[in-house]
Each structure stands twice: as C-alpha cells, then as structure tokens.
Design a protein around this ligand. Structure first.
Ligand code: NAD
Length: 446
C-alpha cells in the first residue's frame, strides 16, 4: 500500500485476495461526493435552447452521450502484484466527425466527468469549426505514483481494451491531465502493432518524430494570444501596452505569458502553485522563463513582489488570464476582480456564481471553450498532416491557427451581438446550433 498507486480514496483494496490479485476498482460512482459537471452540460444546452428554440427532437439526443464505455485494465505492477484499474472512453457526439478528446490519468477519473468533458470537446470543436465530435477518456490511477514501466503497461492494456472503438476515422485521443507525448507514443505504437501497419493518425499530441505537429506544445498559449488581441481590439484597445496578469505557469500559462510579452503586452504578474510574482512596471519575461527553467519556481525572482494567488486575481490589470485550474473565480472573490477582461485559459476557472457576478458588473469573460481551443486546433492540423503524410513548417501551422482562432472569435462575437447575450452564452449557442445543423442534415438513421 505504501506507494498508494491508486490509493484507498480510489477504492483500492489493501488485502490480497485470490492468489495475489488486488483490485483497484472503484464502484460505478465517484468515491468523493462532488458537483456533477454533467449537470452543467445540461444547463448549457438549456441556455442555448432558450435562444435557439430548436425542434425538441433535434435537441434531445444532445442530452445523451452517444457511447460510454468502461473497461477493466489489469496490469502487473513492478512488485509482481496484479492490479486492476478502471478505464473509460466516452464519445459524446459524432455528427460533425469522429470523436476527439484527451486521455486523462488521475485518481478521480470517472464516467460522469468523462461525459461532461466529452460534451465540452464537442462544443469546442464546433466553435473552432473543425470536423470532429467530442470525446474523452482516461484511467483512474495516480501517474505520480507509477513507474514508467507501469505507466506504459497501463497505457498499452487500456488501448488494447478500447482498440475497436478508436481510430483516425472513429475517435482520436490526445493528451490531457496526467498524460504526455510519451504516453501518446505508446498509444500510437499499441494501435499500430495490433493493426499490423503504422497508423499515426489514431492519436494527436505525439512526439514530432512519430508524426507530431510543429507548434503543438505552444498551441494553446498561442491561441490565447490571438483571442486576447481580438478581444482588446473589439473594445477599442491595443494589445501593445495592455496590462496582463496570468495565473498558472504550466504549459498554457507560461506560453501565453511569453507570447503576450513578445507581442508587446505588459505582463505584470504570473503565478504558479506556490505564489505570484508582481512588478507593476512589467516583468522581464525571458528572464522569468530562464529563472523558472533553472529553479522550477517563480518565488524568489529578483526585483518583484511576492503575492498569493488570490492577490493576483485582484490586481488592477486590463486582462486577467486564469490558466491554472478550475474554480478559481467564485462567488467569494469575483466582486473583487478589477480586470475588465477575463480570458479563460484553464478549463472551468470561473464558477457559475463567479460568472454571474462578473456579468452583472459588466466585465467581459471570454469563455474557455473558445479561448483555450488552440490546442485542439493544432491537434486537428496534426491529424490532417498524418493522414496525408506531409508535414507543414511550424510557421505555417501558426498561421493557420491564427486564421481558425480569429474566425472562431468573430463567430462568437457576432452571435453575442445578434442575440444580445454574454460571450459564454454566445459560445454555447454557436456550438449547439452547428451541431444541431449537422444532425439535422444527416437525419435520423434507421
Ligand atoms: P500544467 O499542469 O502544465 O500547469 C498548471 C499550472 O498551474 C502550474 O504552473 C501549477 O503550478 C499551477 N497551479 C496549480 N494549482 C494552482 C493554484 N491553486 N493556484 C495557482 N496556480 C496553480 O497544466 P496546463 O496544461 O498548463 O493546463 C492548465 C489548464 O489549462 C487546465 O485547466 C487545463 O485543463 C487547461 N487546458 C490545457 C490545454 C493544453 O494544451 N495543455 C488545452 C486546453 C485547456
């Protein structure tokens, strides 16, 4: 039990029944009592439907995931014991194209969360107008407690279990929380070995030598740059000189901060889990990035004030970019946020109560399903390049990303103006309208 690979919270049974087989199975319901994010999905559908007034028969199927699969993933651990993990894969909708969505490795992965995350992928792909539906999956495990060998065996067995349900024209996974390009390489290899030929298009977010795309690592941050620039433009402001605070300094936050700085914005604060650094005159981002690479922390960067993450959210800036995790702007702190524009880099950084307060106070929230869609757009480009076996220069990827993000931004903005709603509602309306349009054109099969 010492390493607690999946942990008791995950329902792992410590005793060793039946000849050394231990079970890491959870019961069908999540171990912790928590807000069910699928309720939010249904609420978003209702919100869009109130405006769109679609035919009930067109809307009803969208309230259900198309396919939900639970598999058991038995794996021999390094200590010789067998453990059985639980794996999931949900395709929420595939009216506009094959399923697309990440693989998450986290102790709390469960079916309801996968359903909600898959639905959000469907909305996101529709907003940026790429020919995919929405999917999500994962394995309930704690990757920080697994050796590389265990991680590889879990991945290969999980992919073997869902082998018939994925493929370049069926459902295309990608990295998500707890998985990486390394894991995607094992996904590609397992699928290809079982097929008997190389199939890079089965998964995106791969390392470049295996058919990954240039520009993928920075794509979400770069998409945020374009969306921030377009938002400022719409309110008559320039990106150059705009004061920005970024919460979170991982893949999304650090790349967004770097690219915003390079484009002339004045990034005054950035933070990681240990706290924020603030310089009202603007941070020297190349030096901050070099310091972070060396020390793996922001704390202690010379010449800056150390703040906590709550203080960062309250700074007097033009743009606040929460890029760390969910539920950071809530009913408790939203009234203290001074930024006129909030661009959601993370998924779900604003709770429903927080959102209502920001809207009431006239602050402009650019929703996650638009703002952070740059990653899935370049995943789409990776899939296209894999399928025709010809790879673009990174500059070409970035240019096409800009085109897609600006078009998506314009579409959300004109929906917002047409229906006189906030940007988040506009994004749901646009997504649901595009999905219903595709469903209606296809008609009901059989
Ligand atoms: P990451 O793990 O690379 O980075 C997360 C960052 O947040 C780290 O700097 C961490 O120190 C910081 N952090 C963690 N807890 C915090 C807290 N309580 N307060 C402040 N900072 C905290 O993750 P990422 O890939 O950058 O993803 C960040 C968010 O963006 C997630 O919500 C993710 O789902 C979303 N997202 C990521 C991508 C992508 O391409 N990576 C795409 C779309 C959405």
């Amino acid at each position: 039990m010492g390493r607690g690979r999946s942990g008791m919270a995950n329902g792992r049974v410590g005793a060793v029944p039946l000849g050394g087989v231990r079970s890491a199975f959870k019961s069908g319901t999540p171990a912790r009592v928590h807000h069910n994010p699928f309720d939010d999905v249904l609420e978003q559908l209702d919100r869009a439907a109130r405006v769109l007034q679609p035919d009930a028969d067109a809307l009803e199927p969208l309230r259900h995931a198309r396919r939900q699969v639970i598999v058991s993933v038995p794996v021999k651990m390094d200590d010789g014991q067998l453990e059985v993990f639980e794996g999931y894969r949900v395709v929420y909708d595939n009216s506009r194209g094959p399923g697309k969505g990440g693989i998450r490795y986290h102790p709390d992965v469960n079916l309801e969360d996968c359903k909600a995350l898959a639905a959000w992928m469907a909305w996101k792909c529709a907003i940026v107008d790429i020919p995919f539906g929405g999917a999500k999956g994962g394995v309930a495990c704690d990757p920080s407690k697994l050796s590389e060998g265990e991680l590889e065996r879990i991945t290969r067995r999980y992919i073997s279990e869902i082998f018939d349900l994925i493929g370049p024209t069926v459902d295309i996974p990608a990295p998500d929380v707890g998985t990486s390009p390394r894991v995607m390489a094992w996904v590609m290899d397992t699928f290809s070995m079982k097929k008997g030929y190389v199939e890079p298009g089965v998964v995106t977010g791969k390392p470049i030598p295996l058919g990954g795309s240039g520009g993928r690592l920075e794509a979400t941050g770069r998409g945020l740059l374009f969306v921030t620039r377009e938002t400022l433009r719409r309110v008559g402001r320039d990106l150059a000189g705009a004061r920005v605070a970024v919460q979170g300094f991982g893949n999304v936050g650090s790349n967004a901060a770097k690219l915003l700085h390079n484009a002339g914005a004045c990034v005054v604060a950035v933070s990681d889990v240990s706290g924020a650094i603030y310089d009202p005159r603007g941070l020297d981002m190349p030096r901050v990035l070099a310091y972070y690479r060396e020390t793996r922390q922001l704390r202690g960067f010379p010449g800056t004030q150390l703040l906590d993450n709550q203080e960062l959210l309250r700074l007097p800036v033009d743009v606040l970019l929460p890029a760390a995790m969910e539920s950071q702007i809530t009913g408790d702190n939203a009234a203290e946020i001074q930024a006129r524009i909030i661009v959601e880099g993370a998924n779900g950084p604003t709770t429903r109560e927080g959102d209502e307060i920001l809207n009431r106070r006239g602050q402009l929230v650019v929703p996650d399903i638009l703002a952070n869609a740059g990653g899935v757009v370049v995943s789409y480009f990776e899939w296209v390049q894999d399928r025709y076996g010809y790879f673009w220069k990174e500059a070409e990827v970035n240019e096409r990303l800009e085109e897609k993000m600006v078009a998506a931004f314009d579409a959300v903005w004109s929906t917002k103006e047409r229906f006189e709603v906030d940007a988040r509602t506009a994004a749901y309306i646009l997504a649901v309208d595009r999905i219903i349009e595709a469903r209606t054109l296809r008609g009901l099969y059989a």
